[in-house]
Design a protein around this ligand. Structure first.
Ligand SMILES: [Zn+2]
Length: 300
């Protein structure tokens, strides 16, 4: 994918995020690893192929919008039916430095926004205000705890074996210290193991927010920002997996290992259409989305 996440807080960067700073065998910058490395490596492969010896046709798809849901990216390309069911799809958007990990499964993704409405007031009179920030914080913490308790299954195919429920974005509430906020908004990023139906998680959240609202005199509105049920995983007997694991073995002299991840990639969109896809690369994945993101040039 050719889009990137935003740079985040600039003070956390020790090099400018959009200048591609080269130091030794590394290039620093937002998007250098995620997913510039995959894009450039793919182009270099194309450049170096010995076309007369090829057994397969090859094509590259460059998609935007991957970091924000893909509806204007790979989903559009799939709708235009430019891929066939027996295509061997490799998404170069995840990897390890050893190159032995082949990603075959992803968790369901659920992004929710909670708008908490209370009653704004003077900070000296909490008795007659309803503090949307305080109650929102109580609600989101309670929700996080109960989600972890309820959806606690573990699946060792995944590099992190549990479902995750992360409290992330929080919107600006009031400009001044002496006003009790009457409105606030909190966001939750959930990555749910495929064995759970995402609607059962939504129902559980709806019940909790209802009972919290009633008990505390606030209104909690839930908005769904992204909701993608995990597709069935790519099987390890699929042609794309067996061929790639042969290459990992023959070229890198490593035993390929199938794993599931919590991040969403373009592969899920292929799997949902019944097209086998794997995600593979040689990469320092630990730098994705972080300040001072970098790519090691030897891996490109
Ligand atoms: Zn990516």
């Amino acid at each position: 994918h050719i889009d990137t996440v935003p740079e985040g807080s600039l003070d956390l960067w020790s090099r400018p995020p959009f200048s591609a700073t080269v130091e030794g065998n590394k290039i620093y910058g937002r998007g250098s690893a995620d997913n510039g490395e995959g894009v450039v490596s793919s182009l270099l492969i194309l450049k170096n192929l010995e076309k007369e010896r090829m057994k397969y046709n090859i094509g590259l798809a460059f998609a935007a919008d991957e970091e924000t849901g893909s509806s204007y990216g790979i989903a559009q390309l799939l709708d235009k039916r430019i891929f066939k069911h027996d295509d061997l799809i490799v998404v170069p958007d995840s990897g390890t430095e050893e190159g032995n990990i082949i990603e075959i499964a992803e968790k369901s993704i659920l992004w929710l926004k909670f708008i908490v409405s209370g009653k704004q007031g003077h900070a000296s009179r909490p008795d007659i205000a309803v503090n949307a920030t305080k109650l929102g914080m109580m609600f989101i913490l309670d929700l996080e705890k109960k989600l972890y308790e309820k959806f606690n299954a573990s699946d060792s195919t995944f590099e992190y074996p549990l479902s995750t429920f992360s409290i992330t974005k929080h919107e600006m509430n009031v400009d001044n210290i002496n006003t009790i906020p009457g409105k606030d908004a909190f966001y939750l990023d959930s990555r749910i193991l495929p064995q759970y139906d995402i609607d059962s998680v939504m129902d559980f959240i709806a019940e909790l927010s209802m009972s919290f609202s009633q008990a505390n005199g606030v209104k909690i509105q839930t908005e769904t920002i992204q909701k993608e049920q995990a597709p069935p995983s790519t099987k390890t007997n699929a042609e794309v997996y067996t061929l790639l694991s042969k290459v990992v073995n023959g070229v890198l002299h490593k035993e390929a290992q199938p794993v599931g991840i919590g991040g969403g990639t373009c592969a899920a969109f292929f799997r949902r259409k019944g097209i086998n896809a794997v995600v593979w690369g040689i990469s320092v994945e630990d730098t994705y989305h972080k300040p001072d993101e970098y790519v090691v040039l030897d891996y490109v």
